[in-house]
Structure formats: structure tokens, C-alpha cells
Design a protein around this ligand. Structure first.
Ligand SMILES: Nc1ncnc2c1ncn2[C@@H]1O[C@H](COP(=O)(O)OP(=O)(O)OP(=O)(O)O)[C@@H](O)[C@H]1O
Ligand SMILES: Nc1nc2c(ncn2[C@@H]2O[C@H](COP(=O)(O)O)[C@@H](O)[C@H]2O)c(=O)[nH]1
Length: 193
């Protein structure tokens, strides 16, 4: 299959939403529960405690990031992030459904470029105090949490963007049990496509 060629059988679950909403938690759950492989993306951000190169991200320098052949890339809270067709194809070699965690700008790009192959899930946690306490609980420093919450990108991602309102699936992530039930419905529908 050529890069970007449309296929009815292969899908990417694009998980988006504000910082601290639970996107990585959902991605990990989809992998452990359904065997859905994550697409690993690239960033110039420094690794957090416990994060590993090649597992959580490919951690890049500004120079190595600039040399990448990327499908899309963004600036988020002062760092660069980007994803590649190679990453998508590597995940699709393992499973017909893959997942990727993106900001809402990247999610919009995936929807525009992949059409129905991109299934966008918007994880909603509308209360910034809840996002703050989740990031603190995760181990982020208070200064990092403050900077992240005040970034223009997090403020933008607090709401589902207009471009995703028709096709994006709104998933409130307050009650984890309810979240997993909604995820099960999404996976069942995709598996029957
Ligand atoms: N439904 C939930 N209820 C309570 N806590 C949750 C829920 N979902 C995720 N969390 C917790 O919230 C914290 C942030 O989750 P996670 O790191 O997955 O967010 P994220 O959206 O990937 O954040 P970022 O974009 O900043 O990387 C984690 O400690 C996670 O365990
Ligand atoms: N458009 C893209 N967004 C990405 C990519 N990889 C991660 N992200 C998003 O960036 C922010 C910040 O991530 P963090 O790990 O530093 O908290 C978050 O919204 C991610 O979803 C990417 O390749 N492209």
C-alpha cells in the first residue's frame, strides 16, 4: 500500500484533548486490553521521569528533529512534536488498528489527510483544576503544570475545535469505568467495519 493511500481496513484512533486529560492513559489501555499498538511520535521536549526513548517518544534535539520527514508537526508549549508515515506504517504492520496521541491541531491534520481512516476521540475534562491535580499526581512539578496550563495550546485544546465537531467522538474522561465502556463501543464498531 502506498503512503496515505485510502484503505477501508486500516484505522488510526487519534486520541486528543487538553494536557492531563488522560490521552496516554487511554492509549496504554487500548494496547493492553485490545493489543492496539501505539504510534510513537517525536519531540524536542526533555523526557519526564520514567519516560524512555523509543517507547514514550523518540526524543530529539532541535537539529535531529529538523532532519525528520514528518507527516505533520506542531509547536506545543515551547517544544516541537511530530509524527511520520514510517511510524504509522510500523504500527499498521502489527495491527489493522493503531493509536496516536496528538494535540487538536495534529488531530485535525490527520482527519484531513486520512479521512475515515482517522477516528478522532476527544477526551474531555473541562475543569482546569482537575487537569492540574492529575498532572501533579503524575509527578509533574508545580512550575511545569502552571506553564502547561497557561500555554496557548492547552487553552485552545480545552474545547473540541470546530473542524472536529462533525466527526470527532466526544469522550468525557471523569469516570474511568464509563470511559472504558465508551471505548469498547468504539472498538467494536471499528472491528466490524
Ligand atoms: N478517568 C480518570 N480519572 C482519574 N485520573 C485519571 C483518569 N484518566 C487518567 N487519569 C490520570 O491523570 C493523569 C494524566 O493522565 P495522562 O498522562 O494520560 O494525560 P495526557 O492527556 O496524556 O497528558 P499530557 O498531554 O500532559 O501528556 C495520570 O496520572 C492518569 O493516571
Ligand atoms: N500534533 C502532534 N501533537 C503531538 C505529537 N506528539 C505528542 N503530541 C501532543 O503534544 C502535547 C504535549 O505532549 P506532552 O507529552 O509533552 O504532554 C499533547 O497534546 C500531545 O498529545 C505529534 O507528533 N504531533
Amino acid at each position: 500500500m502506498k503512503r496515505g493511500q485510502s484503505s477501508t481496513e486500516r484505522h488510526i484512533i487519534v486520541i486528543t484533548g487538553p494536557a492531563g486529560a488522560g490521552k496516554t492513559t487511554v492509549q496504554d489501555y487500548l494496547e493492553t486490553t485490545y493489543g492496539i499498538p501505539p504510534i510513537i511520535t517525536h519531540t524536542t521536549r526533555a523526557p519526564r521521569a520514567q519516560e524512555q526513548d523509543g517507547v514514550d517518544y523518540y526524543f530529539e534535539t532541535p537539529a535531529s528533529f529538523a532532519a525528520l520527514d514528518l507527516l505533520e508537526d506542531v509547536q506545543y508549549a515551547g517544544n516541537r512534536y511530530g509524527s511520520s508515515w514510517d511510524g504509522v506504517e510500523r504500527a499498521w504492520q502489527q495491527h489493522s488498528i493503531a493509536s496516536i496521541v496528538l494535540d487538536t491541531k495534529g488531530a485535525t491534520t490527520y482527519q484531513q489527510r486520512l479521512g475515515d481512516q482517522a477516528v478522532v476521540i476527544y477526551l474531555a475534562v473541562p475543569d482546569p483544576q482537575q487537569l492540574r491535580s492529575r498532572m501533579l499526581k503524575r509527578g509533574d512539578t508545580p512550575a511545569a503544570v502552571q506553564a502547561r496550563l497557561h500555554s496557548a495550546e492547552t487553552q485552545r485544546d480545552l474545547a473540541l475545535p470546530r473542524a472536529l465537531q462533525q466527526t470527532g467522538i466526544y469522550v468525557p474522561n471523569q469516570d474511568w469505568e464509563q470511559t472504558t465502556q465508551q471505548l469498547a463501543q468504539i472498538i467494536e464498531k471499528l472491528s466490524n467495519d
